[in-house]
Write a protein that binds this ligand. Structure first.
Ligand code: ADP
Length: 271
């Protein structure tokens, strides 16, 4: 591929000639490839030493090697938390990179929505209960075509955000409705919300409504970027709606599974 740009060469008002630049875009593509490889190598090389740091800190913090001075105990706890956060960040960077470059395939199957919603709500149940929140799961009978683990990952991202930003005692709703040939999933909370001009940006990597959000809430700032990549790869769309302070909802669509033909050998009913 070649990119061509041209600009006139002037001499006191009259055009004397032109500069035409042909840029070989194979170079740009090679740079993109190198960048992706760099991210993946760095992430791998960081993971191994980090595993050892986490293991050591965990052992120290557990007291298995003897009781620590209270101050040392606190410091070890903080260091352990930081190393766990760094591990989440590296895993998310790797996941986003692999999803974006298509290195990981989507494993498609027919997925029952009711079971998917229930599993997602169960997995964040303890987290929600600790925050005094109730998760209400809507009824659903649809079947979608998608990658079950990746759909669950997306729902867990949205639910854990809803939990992080909900006031104590509030309810979070998760449900799904059929819209034409799609199923629209919805996760609704009654928290702080998102200003209208940030509704699209929150899906970009490392974008936060409040610059302290990721640090204070223990996130990585990549959850929504990962969710967006997953849903787009599954042929759907993801977006957010918010009436700040009242209700905020994240929506995504996934194609309905094809209705299966009657099994061979079964006589069609003739009326
Ligand atoms: P993080 O790891 O920071 O949660 P995400 O990509 O999941 O990263 O979210 C990006 C940002 O979007 C968050 O830092 C937060 O500012 C905002 N956000 C996401 N979900 C909600 C929500 N339910 N209510 C309010 N703000 C939200």
């Amino acid at each position: 591929p070649v990119e061509v740009t041209a600009s006139p060469l002037r001499d006191s008002g009259t055009i004397e000639g032109a500069v035409v630049v042909f840029r070989d875009m194979t170079e740009r593509q090679a740079i993109d490839r190198m960048k992706n490889e760099f991210v993946s190598v760095v992430s791998h090389e960081l993971r191994t030493p980090l595993t050892s740091i986490r293991g050591t800190l965990g052992l120290l913090a557990s007291g298995a090697l003897g009781a620590l001075h209270p101050r040392a105990q606190r410091m070890t706890g903080t260091a352990l938390e930081s190393s766990e956060r760094l591990t989440r960040l590296i895993n998310d960077i790797l996941d986003l990179e692999r999803l974006g470059t298509g290195t990981v395939p989507m494993e498609l199957s027919d997925v029952e929505v009711a079971g998917l919603l229930r599993d997602a709500a169960d997995q964040v149940g303890v987290l929600a209960a600790e925050a005094g929140l109730t998760i209400r799961v809507g009824e659903a009978s649809s079947v979608v075509r998608g990658d079950r683990d990746r759909l669950l990952q997306t729902l867990l991202n949205l639910l854990s955000n809803a939990i992080k930003y909900s006031p104590p005692g509030a309810a979070i709703d998760v449900d799904a409705v059929e819209v034409g040939s799609l199923v629209e999933f919805r996760v609704t909370d009654r928290g702080r919300g998102i200003p209208a001009d940030r509704l699209e940006q929150v899906f970009d990597r490392f974008q936060q409504v409040d610059s302290s959000d990721a640090r204070e809430k223990g996130g990585t700032g990549l959850g929504l970027a990962i969710s967006k990549t997953i849903i787009e790869r599954l042929g759907g769309r993801i977006w957010a709606e918010s009436d700040p302070g009242r209700r905020t909802s994240f929506h995504f669509t996934v194609p309905l599974a094809e209705v299966t033909e009657p099994a061979a050998g079964q006589e069609p009913v003739v009326l």
